[in-house]
Design a protein. Structure first.
Length: 292
């Protein structure tokens, strides 16, 4: 769609999603740490407002260069969920924290999968990729007002810590640079954190690679699905999303390792099934999506 719109080659437009992912990684590194420095309600509203404006810019992009720049910037400010989840964890009761966070995570995954379905339907009927972004503008605007109405004005972590400890330094809270230093320190002093990051890294790679490669799998032989049918196939992933709160409940009530092992085994089983028989019957990709 980008190639046709801007009369450019596929090799040029193929960098657009890559730039969006690079922007997202940049936002994770440089914006999400601000959640420990400033009040997260204001940060959430600011980031979501910028995301909405960048989405408008993408829909109005006059050239492929403008599209690339705006997609990168859109990726940078698309970190609202990563700011919300730590806030939810702080607000939840300790004995229910994993359950509550898993519900929010299931909403995030639901949105990712549902967006694939809705996006395919919109493009199929509107015959324009821009319609998807205009729909995104409307949804983000609605989300902004919902956050403004519902999210409490929770103090920043650094300010709360400095007050409780009555820091003897002249500053009231940590600086931006000190937060980055603390991130580096955690990499060497918190082995469980690093193990969790590595597990998340691997599982996210599997999740992303499945949904990207599923498009090619379903579009080719023996399935030969249309774009609309491929989008509808994404609904099967909702079955797996429904199991996320259950895993959170198991973690809260039974054991952290029990919930983790169930998730990892389900992921390994789905990948084994897909590798062995992805093209044998449509039921196999459906079961594979459930394991995601």
């Amino acid at each position: 769609a980008f190639s046709k719109e801007f009369s450019s080659t596929e090799s040029v437009t193929a960098t657009v999603p890559t730039l969006a992912q690079a922007g997202y990684a940049t936002g994770l590194l440089f914006i999400t740490p601000l959640g420990d420095l400033v009040r997260r309600r204001g940060l959430l509203l600011a980031v979501l407002a910028l995301s909405t404006m960048m989405t408008v810019g993408v829909a109005l992009s006059p050239t492929i260069l403008a599209l690339k720049v705006l997609m990168f910037l859109l990726g940078v400010v698309s970190v609202t969920p990563q700011i919300i989840m730590p806030l939810v964890g702080d607000l939840a009761e300790p004995q229910r924290r994993c359950t509550v966070v898993s519900i929010v995570l299931s909403g995030l995954l639901f949105g990712i999968i549902y967006a694939r379905c809705v996006g395919a339907v919109i493009v199929y009927y509107a015959e324009s990729w821009k319609a998807v972004y205009w729909a995104g503008v409307g949804l983000q605007t609605f989300s902004w007002f919902l956050l403004w109405w519902s999210v409490p004005d929770w103090p920043s972590k650094s300010l709360s810590a400095s007050r409780s400890e009555k820091s003897q330094t002249s500053g009231d809270s940590e600086t931006y640079g000190e937060i980055f230093k603390s991130m580096l320190k955690l990499a060497f002093t918190e082995p469980v954190l690093i193990q969790s990051c590595l597990i998340a890294f691997g599982t996210q790679m599997v999740f992303s690679s499945f949904w990207v490669s599923a498009t090619f799998l379903l579009a080719g032989s023996p399935y030969n699905f249309t774009t609309f049918q491929i989008g509808i196939f994404g609904l099967t992933g909702l079955l797996g999303v429904l199991g996320v709160p259950l895993i959170g409940y198991i973690i809260d009530r039974v054991s952290h390792w029990a919930g983790l092992m169930i998730s990892v085994l389900a992921l390994m089983g789905s990948q084994t099934l897909l590798t062995a028989a992805a093209k044998s019957h449509i039921v196999i990709p459906i079961l594979g999506s459930f394991g995601m």
